[in-house]
Design a protein around this ligand. Structure first.
Ligand SMILES: Nc1ncnc2c1ncn2[C@@H]1O[C@H](COP(=O)(O)OP(=O)(O)OP(=O)(O)O)[C@@H](O)[C@H]1O
Ligand SMILES: N[C@@H](CCO)C(=O)O
Length: 319
């Protein structure tokens, strides 16, 4: 159960008046999700999602929430935050920051086929292009600085082969980030966590994506790598499925062409994407936060993916 802050319809009867949504008619806690309390909210104006932030403070939210608004305004299918009468998107509920966003139709596709991966590739490229004129900046808070600072904290918990892999990969990524090819990569706001459980489908049609709370400014190619490392793999082995990889990359390329620098950086970036999630999962596993209530994700999944990407270079990007 992932509703950490209890809310009733009664609690909302006055609170909802600040929004142009009419009365709240129904409220239902959403059980998935490990970071925030989420509710499906029905009002006189339609279906929405109410999120209460359990770990992020008011000062950390504008980047994410304004980015969602920016993308929604440009036709990218992401939840649109609803402003209150004063134009505020983030408001207080039970002493915590809260937002109301539009509800996306559909359900997650946890067994994606090439046709779904193509939809994801198209949407990701459109999202990157739509983010070009987003005026706010915030670095990817799970980028190389975080990786370099966090790796030493988990090293004491690791076996020697794991520790060697982590040390070598952090060094490899540090060297790669210093190259000219890396410096020349196109950058902008990226989702940075576009996993299967953060995208909705109705049949073969993508209806939207959500969970922007790891978004930040980073290379577009990093976002592509993170997405491919989840959507286009055999979950048991971490191996890339060629048909799904090709479908996702070709669809992306049809909207925004990959550059020569991106061709050069592709293999290293797939490793960077795997390292980022291996490390965050190791951290959550070995150093859980006091407030953490749910089982952490399995770190060995991304260790396998990282070893696999090192051992077997992926098919090159489309030209
Ligand atoms: N705008 C939306 N429209 C429809 N469903 C949504 C929307 N936002 C969230 N959900 C539903 O709520 C669930 C939890 O949302 P989300 O993954 O953002 O929570 P979280 O606690 O931030 O998650 P995470 O485990 O990824 O950290 C999703 O799996 C999805 O089913
Ligand atoms: N997608 C992340 C969880 C945070 O959203 C993971 O699988 O480790």
């Amino acid at each position: 159960m992932a509703v950490f802050t209890a809310v009733t319809l009664d609690d909302l009867s006055q609170w909802i008046k600040q929004f142009p949504l009419g009365d709240a008619l129904a409220l239902q806690g959403i059980s998935s999700g490990i970071d925030n309390s989420n509710f499906f909210l029905t009002t006189e104006r339609g279906e929405f999602v109410l999120t209460i932030f359990e770990n992020l403070g008011f000062e950390q939210l504008p980047f994410y929430v304004q980015l969602m608004r920016h993308l929604a305004e440009r036709g990218i299918p992401v939840p649109a935050p609803v402003p209150n009468a004063s134009g505020e998107l983030v408001v207080t509920l039970h002493g915590k920051p809260a937002i109301i966003v539009s509800r996306l139709n559909g359900a997650s596709q946890m067994d994606p086929q090439p046709v779904h991966c193509a939809e994801v590739g198209t949407m990701l490229a459109r999202m990157h292009l739509a983010g070009r004129d987003f005026p706010m900046t915030q670095p990817n808070l799970r980028g190389l600085d975080w990786i370099t600072a966090t790796a030493p904290q988990v090293l004491p918990f690791l076996s020697e082969p794991e520790a060697a892999l982590l040390r070598n990969e952090v060094t490899f990524q540090g060297d790669f980030a210093a190259t000219q090819a890396y410096g020349a990569l196109a950058r902008g706001p990226v989702h940075a966590d576009l996993f299967r459980n953060n995208v909705m489908f109705e049949g073969e049609r993508l209806t939207g994506c959500f969970d922007f709370y790891f978004a930040g400014v980073d290379t577009w190619l990093f976002d592509v790598a993170v997405t491919v490392n989840d959507w286009c793999i055999d979950l048991a082995t971490g191996e890339l499925d060629e048909a799904r990889v090709q479908a996702l990359l070709a669809a992306y390329h049809a909207v925004r062409r990959f550059t020569a620098e991106e061709q050069t950086a592709w293999q290293a970036m797939l490793r960077a994407g795997a390292l980022r999630f291996w490390l965050s999962r190791l951290y959550d596993f070995h150093l859980p936060r006091a407030a953490e209530m749910l089982t952490p994700h399995d770190p060995t999944h991304f260790e396998r993916i990282l070893r696999e990407r090192i051992a077997r270079p992926a098919h090159p990007l489309p030209v």
